[in-house]
Each structure stands twice: as structure tokens, then as C-alpha cells.
Design a protein around this ligand. Sequence first.
Ligand SMILES: Cc1cc2nc3c(=O)[nH]c(=O)nc-3n(C[C@H](O)[C@H](O)[C@H](O)COP(=O)(O)OP(=O)(O)OC[C@H]3O[C@@H](n4cnc5c(N)ncnc54)[C@H](O)[C@@H]3O)c2cc1C
Length: 464
Amino acid sequence: MSDTKPWGSEAFWGLGYDWDPQWVLTPEQKALQGRLIALCQSTLRKHAVESDEKRLFPRENFEALASMGLLGLNVPEAWGGLGENHTCTAMVVETIARYGCASTAMCYTMHVGAVAAAMFRSHDNPTIQELMKRLDRDVLVGTLSYSDPETGSHFWYPISSGAEAVDGGWKVRKKASWTTSGGFADWYIVQTTSPDFGGDYSNLSCFLVMADEVKAEPSKWDGLGLRGNQSGAIEVDNVTVPEDRLVGPVGDGASSNDETVDPFFLLCSSACWNGISLGLIDIAKRHTTARRHADVGMRVADYPTIQDYVGEAVMDTNTSRAFVFQMAGAMDELTNHCDWSIHEDLSNLPRAEVLHWMWQVKFVAAKNVANVSDKMLHACGGTGYKPELGIERYLRDGKAGWVMGPTNEVLRQFVGKAVLLGFDSLDYWNQSVNERMLHNEIKKLDREAKKALAEKLLAEAEGD
Ligand SMILES: Cc1cc2nc3c(=O)[nH]c(=O)nc-3n(C[C@H](O)[C@H](O)[C@H](O)COP(=O)(O)OP(=O)(O)OC[C@H]3O[C@@H](n4cnc5c(N)ncnc54)[C@H](O)[C@@H]3O)c2cc1C
């Protein structure tokens, strides 16, 4: 049996280390995990309730995380970071969500994604390098601003945004319908069409935008759960930024998505959903082993039905965790444990090779948290329905998993379609023509209708 898990001056009341895959962590990572659990117990967890009730951005929790060097978790040690790998990153996010605060875990997920996008193209960019060195010292929270009001969860299609080359830099405009930490982050990675995009929406670029260049109205933010994550709308209104705020070359957006933003978001958000599932199981264990029914002299945990709920929740959640850590390990191997110097060759995109595996990871974790939150609510009965126990808040927080882009509907379709019809059929930017469907529809037209259509198309082609 493993060591006891401390919780302040007592032993932890939820699942012990026997149910955690500790073997995926190095001794240093286990020590970091222990310190982070202690920080969650002393600081992060108590802010979670207030953050949820008052929709407060968890700034104090970020200050606490920075005190452990966690804002620079994936920044190289030579730049003052912890130089940690994907496995450690998944562990950190899961730990924050499970023992601390789910809203903080989501804001941290977006911070990690933004750091990854910045580190990816930091090699010849002194502005990015300087920012990365200051993350923990100055508690500089980053985030990703991608989703567009016109295209919703198709966040890779920023129709309302753009950029143009101007004297001394770039004029950037971005309308984002959702941005975690919006109005509270110190820096943003925003995705727009490229200055030379010419109608080709696959030609994307990324920019670094600072807090004072962003318009936000955080007071308008509201949502079912993750209420401290402050994912409101933001706008960058034709702001001119210096030349080196372009992250990577012009047109690098799609590579940046596939190599950093997507893999890190999918990894960390999945770890967040698993952390919430575990947090729910922990609470259910504590409650059902303490609550007694006087008539039958049994605890709720003594009923086989409740044991079945918990057994299934633990097995499903550990299946999802095993998948997260398996893919974190795969990305560690592919990137020499998150060594950013491999990207000095701009065409080196090893994480992109396993992106379709990361889609599956997120689908499974988000589906599982929805089920586990239902079942742990059932196990705790009416008491679970009230806010005091914490089940109710976690249930609302976990609901974000399914709807956050890429949504589970989209992921399910990506995987099924890619398996059946090949990756090219996904057509992210709506560029390839479905000849089969086109011919089938034309077949339905009579001679006159065909002629009318042909004339219309000819006129359009002349106009083009
Ligand atoms: C808590 C939270 C935090 C967020 N943080 C960020 C952030 O930091 N940065 C950011 O850029 N975005 C963020 N988002 C936005 C998120 O990624 C999505 O863009 C957003 O949830 C989309 O909402 P929508 O109402 O536009 O959904 P829609 O896109 O309108 O979706 C509505 C429905 O249509 C389905 N659907 C859409 N496309 C397809 C398809 N091709 N096939 C089948 N079904 C489809 C969806 O799955 C869904 O069921 C956040 C969202 C949440 C909930």
C-alpha cells in the first residue's frame, strides 16, 4: 500500500494514492504533486466557493501557483521556469481541479496553452523570451483567444478577425465570443486571418496582445459552471502592435494550432475533467461513509448500489486518466520531454502527428465527467443536491467539458469521418467540394432548371 495522502494536519478523506497512477511520475514530480496538494488544501480550495458564488477571477490562486513556479511549468530552467514535461503538466492540472478549484484549473489550462504557443516560436523573438522569463516573478497570466462570434465552436475559423501590415508592425483586429480569463489576463495569444490571407481562411496567424490593448466587459460574464473562469467576450479593436508581437511567421496559425494550442488544450482540459471526476468521487466517499441511516443501522456506503456507483466511477475515470497519461507520455517521447529547441526547425511538428489521439482523449474525459457527476450526485442523495457538499458545484463545472470547442459532437464526427472517409474529408476551412452531393442534387433538376443554374453560375464566374 502507498503512503498516506496528507490533508493539512489530517489524512486525506478521499481516495488514497492506491487509486492514483503514481508510477507515471518521477520522484521530483511526486514531490511537486505533494506540495501542490498542500497548497490546494491551504489556499486554492477555499477560494473555489467564493469564486463560484461571486464569479470572481481566481487571481489569488494564480499568485499562489506562481509562488511554486507553476506559471513557468513548461518554460526551460535556463529561463527561470521548471522545464517540465507533458506528463507533469497533466498531473498539475488534474491536481488543481481535484483538490483545489476547477475554475482555476481551466484558467491555468488556457495559460499553459498560451505559454506553449509562445514557447513554440520563442527562438528568435526577444519580446516573447522576456515575457516567458517574467511569468512567475510578476504573476503574468496568459490565455488563448480563438473562438469567433460568427463561427462558434469552430474556433479555427476566425471570420471576424484580421491583421494588416503597417509601418513598424501589425494592425490587429479580433472579436472573440469567449476568452477564459478575459479582461483579467495579462497577455493573450489571439488568432486572426493572416495579413495576406486573400479569402483563404486556412491562412492564419497568431499575435501576442497585452492586457491594455484588449477591450473586455467582465461584468457581463455568466455561466452555469466554471464561474470564476471569466470566459467573456473580448475585442482587439484595430490595435497596432510592434513587429515582433507576431508569434512565428505569417501564416503559421494552422501549424501553431496543430502543434501546440490543440494538443495542450486537449491534454490539460481532459486532465481538468478527470480532476473534477475525482473530486466528485472523493466527496462521495467522505459523505457516504459518514452518513448513517438509523432505522437499518447502515451507512450509505454499506449499500451495494452505492458501492457499484463508486466502483464504476473509479474504473471509468482511471481509464480516462490512463489515456491522458499515455498520450502525455507519447508527446514526451516525441518532443524529448517538451524540449522547445526542437522547433528551431520550423517544420518540426511532432505533436500534430498524434492530434487525432488527443481528440479521443478529450471526448472520453468530457463524456466521463458528465456521467460521474450524475452518479456521484445520486450516491449523495438530496444532500448532494445542496451546495454545501461541493457535488453541485463540481457537477456544474464539469458540464463545460462537453460543450467546449472542439465540442464532443464535433470530435465524435471528426474521428468517425476520418476513419471512414480519410482525414482530407474533414475540410476544416470549407474548401473542398463534395462532388458526390453536388451531382446528386443536380440530378434532381429538370432541363430548364439546369439551364437556369448554368446561366447563373456562368454570370457569377464572369463576375469573379
Ligand atoms: C467555460 C468555457 C470556457 C471557454 N474558454 C474559451 C477560451 O479561453 N478561448 C476560446 O477561444 N474559446 C473558449 N470557449 C469557447 C468554446 O471553445 C466554444 O467556442 C463555445 O463553447 C461555442 O459555443 P457556441 O454557443 O458558439 O456553440 P456552437 O458552435 O453554436 O454549437 C452549438 C451546437 O452545434 C454543435 N456543432 C457545431 N459544429 C458542429 C459540427 N460540425 N457537427 C456537429 N455538430 C456541431 C455543437 O457541438 C453544439 O452542440 C469557452 C467555452 C466555455 C463553455
